[in-house]
Write a protein that binds this ligand. Structure first.
Ligand SMILES: Nc1ncnc2c1ncn2[C@@H]1O[C@H](COP(=O)(O)OP(=O)(O)OP(=O)(O)O)[C@@H](O)[C@H]1O
Ligand SMILES: [Mg+2]
Length: 232
């Protein structure tokens, strides 16, 4: 089966400071439909840099990046922006919800930006389905100030899911949550892979990482299987 994405020998060097710093030194990563991949690594090891290359916010210096069978290594920004919204969903440590809108309206915002025209009924059905996938359909009418941190993050995940991305990229999505709430969020993320989504989760939490199908560690610019893999 063709992988969703394949990075081979990807490098990224940051220039502009006193001397260039190599952040990614030849990263290989293949993600298939239904895969869940955790990325561990110490602060500053380049995890967010790698996610921004995968999510097409940045391009590799060298190496190759395939999306399905399409070579997108050197794709121009205009096309990258279109692929970003069609193929990728993003979840960050901060939820970035709009306070004065309900959970459903926050999720619907993702449809307004870029899905073409949808009837009101179809839009509502998609929004409720996305909220339901993360277990919070009953909170559709609540505004963020009335939601817990974990609930807010699940609204953010629903917002990422509503466009039915092929790949979900999550950068420390539990960083602002307590352990128990974080567990719920990680389970909601993992469950997205049951529907064929590919998930790449950057985390500092080894227990959360262990819930993914594969655990990798970014170190010295390279991605390798994490030594501390716990079999669950
Ligand atoms: N825009 C930038 N300009 C200069 N240096 C940067 C920039 N973005 C990242 N860096 C540097 O690149 C390195 C990797 O950063 P990155 O944010 O990818 O690490 P990280 O593994 O995500 O860290 P953390 O766990 O703290 O989030 C760091 O040393 C950082 O200082
Ligand atoms: Mg980071």
């Amino acid at each position: 089966m063709t992988p969703l994405i394949r990075l081979a020998g990807v490098t990224k060097t940051l220039k502009g400071q006193e001397q260039p710093r190599t952040i990614l030194a030849g990263v290989d990563l293949t993600v298939h439909s239904g895969d869940s991949v955790a990325i561990l690594g110490r602060s500053g090891s380049g995890k967010s840099t790698l996610l921004s290359v995968i999510g097409l916010f940045d391009r590799p210096d060298e190496g190759q990046y395939l999306l399905g069978e399409q070579d997108i290594t050197r794709i121009p920004e205009r096309k990258a922006a279109a692929l970003r919204s069609a193929e990728f969903g993003f979840v960050f440590q901060r939820f970035f919800l709009l306070k004065h809108l309900t959970a459903a309206q926050n999720v619907a915002m993702a449809l307004v930006n870029g899905q073409g025209w949808l009837s009101r009924r179809k839009r509502k059905a998609k929004v409720l389905a996305a909220l339901d996938r993360v277990g919070i359909a009953h909170l559709a009418k609540h505004k963020p100030p009335r939601l817990s941190g974990g609930e807010q993050q699940r609204v953010a995940i629903a917002r990422a899911l509503v466009r039915e991305p092929r790949i979900l990229l999550a950068d420390e999505p539990t960083g602002a949550l307590d352990t128990e709430t974080g567990n719920l969020v990680v389970e909601a993320l993992r469950a997205t892979t049951d529907h064929g989504c590919g998930l790449v989760l950057v985390t500092h939490d080894r227990d959360h990482a262990a819930k993914m199908g594969r655990v990798l560690r970014l170190s010295d610019g390279l991605l390798n299987p994490a030594a501390e893999r716990v079999v669950v």
